[in-house]
Design a protein around this ligand. Sequence first.
Ligand SMILES: NC(=O)c1ccc[n+]([C@@H]2O[C@H](COP(=O)([O-])OP(=O)(O)OC[C@H]3O[C@@H](n4cnc5c(N)ncnc54)[C@H](OP(=O)(O)O)[C@@H]3O)[C@@H](O)[C@H]2O)c1
Length: 291
Amino acid sequence: MSGSGGSRVTGQVLVAGGTGVVGREVARELGARGHHVRVCARRPGGDGITADVTRPETLKGICDGVDVVVSTVGGSLDIRKVRDRTSYDSIDNLGNQALLAEAERAGVRRFVYVSVFSTPKLRRLEYVAAHVRFEEALRESRLEWGVVRPTGVFAFFLEVLSMARRGRAVVLGDGSARTNPVHEADVAAAVADAVAAEGGVVETDIGGPDALTRREIAETAFRVVGREPRITGTPPGALRAAAALFLPMNPRLSALLRFGTEVSLGDAVAPALGTRRLEDYFAEKRSPVPG
Ligand SMILES: NC(=O)c1ccc[n+]([C@@H]2O[C@H](COP(=O)([O-])OP(=O)(O)OC[C@H]3O[C@@H](n4cnc5c(N)ncnc54)[C@H](OP(=O)(O)O)[C@@H]3O)[C@@H](O)[C@H]2O)c1
């Protein structure tokens, strides 16, 4: 990324979802560029604003005095948070629509949304479709808007590094599907550029500099931890069956499994706007975090 973008420093920016993987970087980047940043989430910590986008009554007034809203709010893809059964549509689409309505009511000038890079095949999945539905609502709104669509961010691939540390990695299918993961800080720079852009519409699809097969991503992790690569391909059938099984009792988990499976099996390569490299990121995170 250029990292400079427009030079205009706006008034207050509200980063909804600013405690998440992407949102934290966005808040940091905007602060570094001189914006006055507030963060909101359900558990914001510090002087952040507590709000739940699925409960519109908690959003009242949170955009008052705000010039630009950035939303990185989304249902987590972390399987450890599986107890949250709220659907992706309720959070990513309807929740962000509630936030957008509050932003419009408060006279916010611009709304920048972190969506997801996808292919036509992926757009049929609930997780991706929820993002697309909200993009449509944003397009219809009265506000100036921007959308940034990243491929998988580096943090999402740390599980591959953990597997390499343990000595064996699993890839779905034959591991030949290619993608170019992107550093969350490069995404944040694109978001900050979209915040600073004068008027009009900004749409940025963003991936990292290296398009790698899933197998190459695993090999990168093994190289970084200095172990001989032991990579097993596993057929996707069991995960697809699990997704179908969970659909009636836990549709959120089902949607997560479907996305996790299908995104690993097809190519998804976005414009290589990010400059930071996955191998360097893995090297920084080589040692497990204590505790
Ligand atoms: N991770 C990736 O590889 C990736 C790739 C492409 C696109 N994206 C998209 O980028 C966006 C951010 O992803 P991320 O990885 O940063 O997600 P994340 O780490 O799970 O962060 C999500 C943020 O949203 C907040 N949030 C969740 N539910 C909420 C609710 N009901 N009301 C208010 N806030 C809520 C979370 O805080 P609380 O839990 O405290 O509320 C957190 O701050 C999502 O739309 C995601 O789909 C992610």
